[in-house]
Design a protein around this ligand. Sequence first.
Ligand SMILES: Cc1cc2nc3c(=O)[nH]c(=O)nc-3n(C[C@H](O)[C@H](O)[C@H](O)COP(=O)(O)OP(=O)(O)OC[C@H]3O[C@@H](n4cnc5c(N)ncnc54)[C@H](O)[C@@H]3O)c2cc1C
Length: 244
Amino acid sequence: MAVVRTQVLEAVQAADNVVALDLAVPEGVRWKTGEFVRVALPGAPEDAWRCYSIATPAGSPVLRLFIARVKGGKVSPRLCALKNGDALMMDTEMMGMLLEERLEPGGRDLWLFATGTGAASFVAVANDETIRARYDNIILVHGVRTWQETQYVGRSLTPGPTLQVMACVTRDKGAWISGRIPDALADGRIEKTAGLTLDPARSRAMICGNPAMVKAVRETLKARGMTSPRGGKPGQVLVENFWL
Ligand SMILES: Cc1cc2nc3c(=O)[nH]c(=O)nc-3n(C[C@H](O)[C@H](O)[C@H](O)COP(=O)(O)OP(=O)(O)OC[C@H]3O[C@@H](n4cnc5c(N)ncnc54)[C@H](O)[C@@H]3O)c2cc1C
C-alpha cells in the first residue's frame, strides 16, 4: 500500500444523503474502469480507511466518488462534510471485481444492477467508450428509495442510443417500476421495460450495492444459467458487496 495525499476539487450535495466528491488525481495514480479506491482523512488510523467505488472511467482527469452518509457511521459522515480544497489520503493500490474484461466475451447486452451509491462503478462502466462500443445495449437498473436519489447518477451519465437507465423506486409513488429490484426482476417488469431478456448467450451482468439485493439478483440470474467466473472458467456475472 502506498499512500498519497489528494485534494477535494469539488464537493457537491448530490442527494439528501449523498455527497459527490471530485478528487484531484495525484501524479502516477491510475485505475481501471469499475475499480474502487481506499481513502481516509489525514492522520486517520488504519481502521478508519474505507473503500469507495470510482464513478469516473479509467484515464479521467478527476476521480469521482459518491458517498452515502451512513447514520451512525464512523467515517462516511466526516467524508460527507468535506469542502472544496480539503485534503484526503488515498491508497494508490486500486482493486475491484467489477471489471468488464472479466466477463465472458461475446455478450450483446450489459446489465448493471445497483442500489444507492452502488451505482458509482456503473456510471464509470457506462461512460467508458470502449465498453460502450462493445455492447448493443447497456441497461443500468438503479434501486433507490426516492426520485432525488436518481439524479446524481443521471447527471453523471453520458446519454446515448444504447444506454437505458431505469429506476426501481421504493418510497416515492408514481414510478414506472415501484419496489425493489429483486421483486421487479422476478416478476418480469425489468425485462419488459427494457424490451430485452436475460439469457447467458447474449447477456452479461454486474451487481453492486446492498448484500440482500446482490444475493437475490445473483440467485435469479443463476436460475437463468448465468454464473460468475470461477477457476479460469469464464462467467456472465460479476458481483461486489458494499458490506457483509
Ligand atoms: C468494495 C466496496 C466499495 C464501496 N463503495 C462505496 C461507494 O461507492 N459509496 C458508498 O457510499 N459506500 C461504499 N462502500 C461502503 C463504504 O466503504 C463504507 O462502508 C461506508 O461509507 C460506511 O462507512 P462508515 O465508517 O460511515 O460506517 P461504519 O461505522 O463502518 O458502519 C458500517 C455499516 O454501515 C452500513 N453501510 C455501509 N455502507 C453503506 C451504504 N452505502 N449505505 C447504507 N449503509 C451502509 C453497513 O451496515 C455497515 O455494516 C463500499 C464498500 C466496499 C467494500
